[in-house]
Design a binder for this molecule. Structure first.
Ligand SMILES: [Zn+2]
Length: 78
C-alpha cells in the first residue's frame, strides 16, 4: 500500500491510488491521487480511466486484507 496525499478530500491517507479522469472532449485528462473512500464512487464513473478502475480494485483488495489481518489479531487477543 502507498501512504500519501488524497487530492479529493485534500488530506493524508493510509493508501492512495493514481486516478486519471478523462476530461470530456479533451485529450489526456488529469491525474491525481485519491484514497479508497474518495475513489470508490469514481470507479463507477465512465470518465475514470480503465487503469484507475484497476488501481481502485487493487486498493479495495489491500483494504480487505488489512481488515482480515486486524480481525485475526483481535481474535487472538480475545
Ligand atoms: Zn480521500
Amino acid at each position: 500500500m502507498t501512504a500519501g496525499y488524497c487530492a479529493w478530500h485534500d488530506g493524508p491517507a493510509d493508501d492512495v491510488a493514481l486516478i486519471v479522469v478523462h476530461e470530456q472532449g479533451s485529450g489526456a485528462g488529469g491525474g491525481a491521487y485519491a484514497c479508497l473512500p474518495c475513489a470508490r464512487p469514481l470507479a463507477r464513473q465512465r470518465t475514470t480511466s480503465a487503469a484507475a478502475v484497476k488501481a481502485i480494485a487493487a486498493m479495495e483488495t489491500r483494504q480487505e486484507q488489512l481488515e482480515a489481518a486486524r480481525a485475526a489479531q483481535e481474535a487472538r487477543r480475545a
